[in-house]
Design a binder for this molecule. Structure first.
Ligand code: CS2
Length: 460
């Protein structure tokens, strides 16, 4: 039998359950990009806030294109299980915060209507790096920002809200971008300005875009994971998510119409998110991408295997502690060396079975904020950053196709930099003024020589 409201009496007693009346909650949040990460993170925190007595923050989830999550969650009345896996066992929790899922590609009008409705106060987003439709220089790429992009959906709804005299919204980016709130605000303003400078001004005056740092490792679920969850909870759950016990969310506390009491359930509401965000992107995500590209080249499949490989472990330790860490200005009381050690422990969790290939996808969208900032700051301070450079070399081989087909929106352009087959032209095709990534960092002569040597090292 499948998980749903009516089946709840049959749920195994070991599953931790929310204790609020779902039907009494109005939808206060519309979430764009309701993938596994949102379900294991923001929706999970919101569920806990509702259990702690908060009201009217139920979530309407939106998939921008694929109907898959709607097909999984709607027949289950939005209910799903979060399975937290560690080496000592698995804990199961039922999440009730999601009301329903809409698919923008099929029912755009309903999505716009929902965002424009009076009870909605927050639009949160996990649309992945590529969902922001940015050019290599970081401006809005209007050719990608169509009617069912985040801009098309929110833009139309904001116009309706303003015309109806409704208040503005908080747009809460929960993606791994540097300064995610500020970037969203700038890009949204750029979008609106093309249609109406009045609407742009209204948006800037009435809406807020807090920056956030989100952290929880959420590997893609497999068929056998689902079977294991079904056996443990006594019901089939097609929307189950699998994650680690650890979770962190840091949010800049500026909301235009209030927010759930997330601070009561472990979320850090702070004045300035930047130090947390930078440490997370450059240390956790920077290390993750290095593990992915170097690990795949060395024949590993999972993160815990790559981090147990002493050759890779040394590179990753150095990347975090000696290269990324000195480039981050810590928040008061933030212990970055301790942070790096805890990250190594989290990466070593074998129960997660986190595939390197999952992290390796969309490198063109992820790498700039994970590695180039560390490299640019290192260059200014006279630090050479050999570990990040080795990771860059591993990525160059990845985009050449050494690990098989490349899953990246820029796969064809990336492959083309290897057109001549030689490393120097590949470097020229990627970095510097004529390259695909002309901003923030370009290798100097010494770094170019090092990169070419590292390519040889991984090829052997
Ligand atoms: C990972 C992240 O897939 C990836 O690129 O680096 O999804 C990572 O697991 C999360 O950011 C952890 O919070």
């Amino acid at each position: 039998m499948r998980l749903a409201e009516a089946a709840l009496p049959r749920l195994a007693p070991a599953v931790r359950c929310f204790d609020y009346d779902r039907a009494a909650q109005a939808v206060g949040i519309v979430h764009l990009g309701i993938g596994a990460f949102h379900r294991a993170h923001q929706a999970w925190y919101t569920d806990r806030a509702l259990s702690a007595g908060d009201r009217d923050w139920a979530i309407c989830g939106v998939s921008l294109r694929s109907p898959e999550v709607a097909v999984q969650l709607n027949p289950q009345d939005g209910l799903y299980i979060v399975a937290e896996r560690s080496s000592t066992g698995t804990g199961y929790g039922l999440v009730g915060a999601v009301r329903n899922v809409l698919v923008a590609g099929q029912e755009r009008e309903r999505v716009v209507e929902q965002i424009a409705s009076a009870a909605v106060k927050i639009i949160s987003l996990t649309v992945t790096e590529k969902g922001y439709c940015r050019t290599a220089e970081g401006r809005l790429d209007f050719t990608l920002a169509g009617e069912t992009s985040l801009y098309g959906l929110i833009g139309e709804a904001l116009k309706r809200r303003r015309d109806a005299g409704l208040p503005g919204l908080t747009l809460l980016s929960c993606d791994n971008l540097a300064d995610n709130g500020r970037q969203l605000r700038r890009l949204m303003a750029e979008y609106l300005d093309r249609f109406s400078s009045d609407l742009r001004s209204w948006f800037e005056a009435e809406c807020a875009c807090p920056s956030t740092m989100v952290d929880r490792i959420v590997p893609a679920v497999t068929g056998s994971d689902r079977a294991g969850v079904a056996a443990a909870i006594g019901l089939e759950d097609r929307a189950t998510v699998l994650t680690e016990p650890f979770s962190q969310w840091v949010i800049e506390d500026c909301f235009v119409q209030g927010r759930p009491r997330w601070d009561k359930v472990g979320v850090q509401l702070v004045e300035d998110v930047a130090p947390y965000e930078m440490a997370k992107l450059r240390m956790l995500n920077g290390a993750h991408s290095a593990l992915a590209y170097i690990g795949l080249l060395r024949g590993h499949e999972f993160v815990h295997q790559a981090v147990a490989d002493s050759f890779i472990r040394k590179i990753v330790q150095r990347l975090m502690l000696e290269e990324a860490l000195p480039s981050v200005r810590p928040a008061p009381g933030q212990d970055l060396a301790g942070y790096a050690n805890r990250l190594l422990e989290r990466f070593a969790n074998p129960a997660l079975a986190h595939r390197l290939a999952q992290i390796a996808m969309d490198g063109s969208q992820k790498i700039p904020q994970r590695w180039f900032g560390t490299l640019a700051d290192g260059q200014k301070a006279g630090r050479s950053c050999p570990s990040v450079l080795r990771a860059v070399a591993a990525w160059m081989l990845h985009i050449r196709g050494d690990n098989g087909p490349v899953d990246d929106p820029m796969a064809a352009e990336l492959r083309a930099v290897w057109g001549q087959g030689d490393p120097s032209s590949a470097l020229g095709g990627l970095f510097g003024e004529a390259g695909l990534f002309p901003t923030i960092w370009a290798p100097d002569e010494g770094q170019k020589a090092f990169l070419i040597r590292s390519l040889g090292e991984f090829e052997r």
